[in-house]
Design a protein around this ligand. Structure first.
Ligand code: IMP
Ligand code: MG
Length: 217
């Protein structure tokens, strides 16, 4: 791990190389399933930024891209309430849609956004997430394409943030509990509270991390 991040991160959970390889595999599966028709990729802001960029540049398919903004944790998430900060602009009626998010945790975000898209009458709606924290699921929802199954740790990097920080790390790392415990009221959007439901147990070695299933649509 670059020395710069050692005081904030416990360890690297998923390396750049593992991410690249897995994203390529996901792209291939999506390409197979969506071949033949123009697709609409709908991505959730802001955590998908790196995953999305790497995923879609590997898709040799005609596609249109749009974003939905949802504020995912902080005061809103605890009550199960989500705030939409950007609405969809493209029409998805009769379209083949791929909804992309960074991480599936309690499932509230994806369930809510998926229902919203489903109501717009797409021909087909599939979901894709980079990470899946199955242990914390509250909603009955699984993604169709999953990059990695991860244990219940709060992770940052490769687009994922804590209080809007660490998104720029090229790998996925486990945040040290001290970081969110010492987070003061100056920390934007967090107000000194740790993210909900954080585990502080030991992290498995990246070698033992198994890629999640890639289902065929
Ligand atoms: P859910 O609604 O509980 O499934 O939460 C999904 C959202 O919570 C994601 O889109 C992330 O923005 C955020 N989130 C959940 N777990 C983590 C994490 O470990 N690191 C960073 N963000 C997370
Ligand atoms: Mg987020």
């Amino acid at each position: 791990m670059p020395p710069r991040w050692r005081k904030d991160l416990e360890r690297i959970l998923i390396t750049e190389r593992q991410l690249a390889r897995r994203v390529r595999a996901l792209s291939r599966a999506i390409e197979r399933d969506f071949a033949g028709r123009e697709m609409v990729v709908v991505s959730l802001l802001n955590g998908t930024v790196m995953f999305l960029a790497d995923l879609i540049r590997r898709l040799s398919l005609p596609l249109r891209l749009d974003f939905i903004g949802v504020s995912s944790y902080g005061a809103g998430a605890a009550s199960g309430e989500l705030v939409f900060t950007k609405e969809l602009r493209l029409s998805v009626r009769g379209r083949d849609v791929l909804l992309v998010d960074d991480i599936l945790d309690t499932g509230k975000t994806l369930a809510r956004v998926r229902a919203k898209l489903q109501a717009l009458g797409p021909r087909r709606l599939r979901t894709c997430v980079l990470l899946n924290k199955g242990a914390r699921r509250v909603e009955k929802i699984e993604a169709d394409y999953v990059g990695f199954e991860i244990p219940d740790f709060f992770v940052v990097g490769y687009g994922l943030d804590f209080a809007e920080r660490y998104r720029n790390l090229p790998f996925v790392g486990v945040l040290r509990p001290q970081v969110y415990h010492r987070a003061g009221p100056d920390l934007d959007g967090v107000g000194g509270k740790p993210p909900a439901g954080l585990a502080e147990s030991q992290c498995p070695s990246p070698r033992r991390l198994r890629p999640g299933p890639v289902s065929s649509a």
